[in-house]
Design a protein around this ligand. Structure first.
Ligand code: FES
Length: 141
């Protein structure tokens, strides 16, 4: 292993050790391996929202009748926002639109096994953006 690679690995280990003091393994895992990241060309609805911190998240949703087929997200936000977008888009896949619209920030935080208080607004932003996207779906009878 090259010296630069070893230094990089050591730095990465140090950063992970620090992150583990603050974030759950679930948050770290979704941050390091985000699911459903990227925009969606065939989305039935999407929206972007900017949070109180100035970060923006976009959520895209594809539906099949009353059921969410899949959801994806993009963001310029922090690690916890990436984890929130990843977790939330996993949570809603296969749910009814109605149930997905009822997900709260507390539900998302529970799914992530907790978030530090200073990051709960990241969950608010993800949940509000999902609701904003779902509100753009055409009414169905
Ligand atoms: Fe801005 Fe996380 S700090 S959304």
């Amino acid at each position: 292993m090259q010296k630069e690679d070893r230094i990089f690995d050591e730095l990465q280990d140090l950063m992970l050790q620090e992150a583990r003091k603050k974030y759950s393994e679930t948050v770290i895992e979704h941050f390091l391996n985000p699911r459903n990241i990227g925009s969606m060309e065939d989305a039935d609805c999407y929206t972007f929202m900017t949070g109180i911190c100035g970060d923006t998240i976009g959520i895209f949703v594809a539906v099949n009748g009353e059921t969410i087929k899949r959801a994806s997200f993009i963001t310029n936000g922090c690690g916890p926002t990436i984890a929130c977008g990843s977790a939330l888009t996993c949570m809603v896949a296969g749910m009814t639109i109605e149930d997905a619209g009822r997900i709260t920030n507390a539900d998302l935080i529970e799914y992530l096994n907790g978030l530090p208080t200073e990051n709960t607004h990241c969950a608010d932003l993800a949940v509000n953006t999902l609701r904003g996207a779902l509100a753009k779906l055409p009414e169905t009878e």
